[in-house]
Design a protein around this ligand. Structure first.
Ligand SMILES: CC(C)(COP(=O)(O)OP(=O)(O)OC[C@H]1O[C@@H](n2cnc3c(N)ncnc32)[C@H](O)[C@@H]1OP(=O)(O)O)[C@@H](O)C(=O)NCCC(=O)NCCS
Length: 156
């Protein structure tokens, strides 16, 4: 499926278009995950697994050479207490050289469009383990607020 959302930008800003990730993007997905702090993530088997999963969508913003500059993965599932579908943006990252050019916004807009189509009742955004100022500024600009919902974690 080719997705038409795109931005043709002035002068120094590269144009990009948002599309679904493909298996051939695997190497660049690995680079983007490393930018998010997950060095070594994005092995071929996992990329194929995730890309073929019926309740996960991975969207990328690709430059004029079709190389992903940014990545957003969206997973969704029905939840008992919500009586509806909840979605989580598990990963959202833009290459440092491509930041502040609307890439993150375009990816998020695509995810929100998809959430509406899927009748999602709530969208959570997973923060990086070490968020910085841009993370918080972006979240604020995009209308996200602290959920104040405690989550603890461990290995099974
Ligand atoms: C957060 C991140 C995805 C934003 O991507 P981006 O492509 O640079 O974001 P955009 O250019 O679409 O910015 C959208 C708006 O967010 C705000 N914003 C983003 N980065 C900002 C910064 N460093 N300082 C202040 N505001 C910022 C602005 O309001 C901006 O709109 P504007 O440029 O018209 O002022 C990117 O900085 C990133 O990959 N950070 C590291 C990973 C991360 O934090 N991921 C989780 C995101 S919740």
């Amino acid at each position: 499926m080719s997705l038409p959302s795109s931005r043709t930008s002035p002068a120094s800003t590269p144009s990009f278009r948002v599309r679904l990730a493909r298996r051939g993007d695997g190497e660049q997905l690995g680079h983007l995950l490393a930018e998010l702090g997950h060095t070594g993530a994005g092995d071929t088997a996992t990329v194929h697994w995730v890309l073929s999963h019926p309740e996960i969508e991975v969207h990328v913003a690709a430059d004029a050479s079709d190389r992903p500059l940014g990545l957003l993965s969206l997973s969704h599932r029905p939840q008992l207490r919500l009586s509806g579908r909840v979605a989580t943006i598990d990963e959202l990252v833009v290459l440092p050289a491509a930041r502040r050019q609307g890439v993150g916004r375009a990816l998020l807009q695509r995810a929100l469009e998809r959430a509406r189509v899927l009748s999602v009742k709530r969208v959570d955004l997973q923060l990086p383990s070490v968020p910085d100022e841009s993370t918080f500024r972006f979240c604020e600009a995009m209308g996200f607020r602290d959920a104040e919902r405690g989550v603890v974690t461990r290995v099974p």
